[in-house]
Structures are given as C-alpha cells and as structure tokens.
Design a protein around this ligand. Sequence first.
Ligand code: HEC
Length: 106
Amino acid sequence: MLNGFPVVVAGFTAICFSTGSLAQTPPEDPAKDLFTQRCSVCHEVTNATTKHHSSDEWRAVIQRMVEHGAVADDKEQAAIIAYLAKNYGPDSASTAIPQPPIAAGH
Ligand code: HEC
C-alpha cells in the first residue's frame, strides 16, 4: 500500500522543523569550527558571540584581529565573516538567549 508514505514524510518533516525551532545554539555550520579554532587563540569566542555586527563591521573586526596576529587566509576570513554576520548580525537574536555560566575551575 502506498497510502502510508505521505504520512511518514509529513511526520519526518514535522520532527525536523520542531527540533530546529527548539535549538538553543546557532545551527551547525562548518565555519563554526573554523571560527572556534581561529578566534579562541587570544581570547574567548564570547568576545565575538556577545556582539551584533553587520558583515562590513565583522570584516573590520577580523581585519583588526589579523593585525593583532590572528591567522586566517582570505577564504577562511570570508567564511568566518559570513558565519558571524549570519549568526551574530544586527538582527540576530542569538545573544538574547542567556548563555549558561561557564563552570568554575579555570
Ligand atoms: C592574535 C590574537 C587574536 C586573535 C587570534 C583574535 N583576536 Fe580578537 N581580539 C584580540 C585583541 C588583542 C582584542 C582587544 C583589542 C581590540 O579590540 O582590538 C580583541 C578583541 C576582539 C573583539 C572585541 C572588540 C570589538 O570591537 O568588538 C572581538 C569581537 C574579536 N576580538 C573577535 C575576534 C574574532 C572573530 C577572531 C577570529 C577571526 C579573533 N578575534 C581572533 C586579539 C585576537
């Protein structure tokens, strides 16, 4: 019987959407790892993730980080800028979600 098929697809789609909307952290993105690696060398990534900037502003910030000595080639910088502008842009609500306090012990 083919009758059950659309129901299964609809159910699966609903699950995808509902878990997506419950997510408390920005969606997984390959650039997230790059950002975490490159931008946690000198300071916590929260230096960036507590800010809201447009992509032009992020470009300027990253330019300054490179002047400080951050290591990222042009492609990596572009990926990080796009990631930050998307998740920590002027209209982003990402930082409106309270971050859990970092556990004591460091
Ligand atoms: C070589 C060390 C170094 C690395 C690597 C580095 N930063 Fe920074 N960052 C600094 C220093 C020093 C400051 C404080 C002085 C300043 O704001 O320019 C800072 C401050 C900041 C600030 C706060 C200042 C503002 O204008 O909002 C942000 C945001 C930031 N960094 C983002 C980043 C991002 C994104 C990356 C990854 C591309 C990165 N940093 C990598 C050294 C670094």
